[in-house]
Design a protein around this ligand. Structure first.
Ligand code: MV4
Length: 498
């Protein structure tokens, strides 16, 4: 297979930059595509060339296969990297790229399609000795047959849509009395959301931990794993904190799960970067949930502990090279934690708080990495995911990585909009997180908006409001008036403390 000379990155934001940086280091030219909202975006400035592909809504730009192929054609790109999100797990896109004579830097269209169906994925990996949650392996339509199975598995059970994934189309059923109604709802939801009403039933694991394995396959049938990431700290299926390695895996458990992950990849003849998602129950039994056939948002924590550049590996594999190391050569070095910094307001139900980055100063120093796509003065577009940055800290051990993260959060200066930085600091300081004794219900169990402002601070805020009112009231407060008019004193003061 020929070496790649020019890569078009069919994405935006931090991941487009992330991919282009590795491409440039390999001496490969880069092409950006951009929507109307991203004219001045950093990925556009970084690329060697950039092609405008349409209006801001992604359905009219970043999701348009024909526009992206036309951009590749007009610039002479010979490969396309899809990043994550957008078209990254669209088998029609992967196929169209290859049909156009270009290399898709990702898995085969067949593998994407197979893993896109949760039932087909389960059926495929089951033959390769991968543990599954007890449940049905076929779509189920007959309510009475389903009830019988649910009784055998034991309540609570979970009804899942085969076309779902990432938490979409799931329903917990606590007892037989509510089964009928819940199943009908699940089928009707799946039909309207995915155009496919197939559902299946699993035992509901009530306090799972989410542990995923990074795997890589090449086009010669070799598969390795690059250890795990723990992603149990999430909110409504949106990951908030990720780390590698997991604090609860023993070397034996890691070896068993790693082997299962490799088998799952082999079950679909996988090549490229992929992630095998497992859940662990309270006895540390692990079960395959699904496979993500893309580079994940949280891949940097794996890069930090393995020293590998996952994007370079993806490119080499797409070019037909063999994986350049053996499983035994891989070692974990230290501990890495990542937080996602969103333009969202944790005090207001995490509503997106898009606006302009009036101040934007990144933390710096030993072991700190910031993957972002913005600079001071830029606006976060309303049309896309409101993630501002990923902050990754790497240290010799978990406690060191957590302390470094707290230091980095304190050093991060963002004004002009609300962010999840204070919320992430709350997680870092929480005893359950620090001790490693947590599960996927961490946020619902421990987080209330009030925790972001301690009692002490609330008193100080009241004092500050009083002081401001008094100043404003005495007729001799020009400066205070100007300050309060531009930016509310209290909210800024609070921001600096969080
Ligand atoms: C489960 C489960 C409990 N039992 N399946 C959510 C995302 C999708 N990948 C599957 N998910 C779950 N499947 C069984 N049989 C709990 C979840 C789940 C979850 C999984 C991983 C990370 C966070 C989660 C949050 C809620 C529910």
């Amino acid at each position: 297979m020929p070496a790649i000379k020019k890569i078009l990155v069919a994405n935006r934001g931090e991941i487009a930059l992330r991919v282009m940086r590795s491409a440039r280091e390999l001496g490969i030219k880069t092409v950006a595509v951009y929507s109307e909202a991203d004219r001045n975006a950093l990925h556009v400035r970084f690329a060697d060339e950039a092609v405008y592909i349409g209006p801001p809504p992604s359905a009219e730009s970043y999701l348009r296969i024909e526009k992206i192929l036309a951009a590749a054609h007009s610039t002479g790109a010979d490969a396309i990297h899809p990043g994550y999100g957008f078209l990254s797990e669209n088998e029609d896109f992967a196929q169209a790229v290859e049909d156009a004579g270009l290399l898709f830097i990702g898995p085969s269209a067949k593998a994407i399609e197979l893993m896109g169906s949760k039932l087909a994925a389960k059926a495929a990996v089951a033959k390769f000795n991968v543990p599954l949650v007890p449940g049905t392996s076929e779509p189920i339509t007959d309510v009475n047959a389903a009830k019988k199975i649910a009784a055998e598995i034991g309540y609570p059970v979970l009804i899942k849509a085969s076309a779902g994934g990432g938490g979409k189309g799931m329903r917990v059923v606590e007892d037989e009395a509510s089964f009928h109604e819940q199943m009908e709802r699940a089928i009707s939801e799946a039909t309207s959301a995915f155009g496919d009403g197939s559902v299946f039933i699993e035992k509901y694991i009530t306090k799972p931990r989410h542990i995923e394995f990074q795997i890589f396959g090449d086009k010669h049938g070799n598969v390795v794993h690059l250890f795990e990431r723990e992603c149990s700290i999430q909110r409504r299926h949106q990951k908030v904190v990720e780390e590698a390695p997991s604090s609860i895996l023993t070397p034996e458990k890691r070896k068993a799960m790693g082997e299962a992950a490799i088998n799952a990849a082999k079950a679909c003849g996988y090549y490229g970067a992929g992630t095998i998602e497992f859940i662990l129950d309270d006895k540390l039994n692990f079960y395959f949930l699904e496979m993500n056939t893309r580079l994940q948002v949280e891949h940097p924590v794996t890069e930090e502990i393995t020293g590998m550049d996952l994007v370079k590996l993806q490119i080499r594999i797409a070019e037909g090279e063999k994986i350049p190391f053996a499983q035994e050569d891989l070692k974990m070095n230290g501990h890495a934690v990542e937080i996602r910094v969103y333009a969202e307001d944790p005090a207001n139900n995490f509503l997106p708080d898009i606006g302009t980055l009036q101040t934007y100063k990144r933390p710096q120093g030993h072991g700190i990495r910031v993957d972002d796509g913005f600079e001071q003065g830029m606006s976060i577009p309303f049309y896309y995911d409101p993630m501002i940055a990923k902050l990754i800290c790497h240290a010799e051990d978990r406690a060191g990585a957590i302390e470094k993260m707290i230091r980095a959060i304190d050093e991060y200066e963002i004004t002009g909009l609300e962010t999840t930085l204070g919320f992430c600091k709350f997680v870092m300081q929480h005893e359950a997180f620090r001790s490693g004794n947590f599960d996927t219900r961490f946020v619902e169990n421990y987080f209330k908006p009030e925790v972001l402002v301690s009692a002490n601070e609330q008193e100080e805020i009241i004092a500050s409001i009083l002081a401001t009112t008094l100043l404003n009231g005495n007729g001799n407060s020009k400066q205070a008036d100007e300050n309060t008019a531009k930016q509310p004193v209290v909210s800024n003061w609070k921001k600096n403390r969080l």
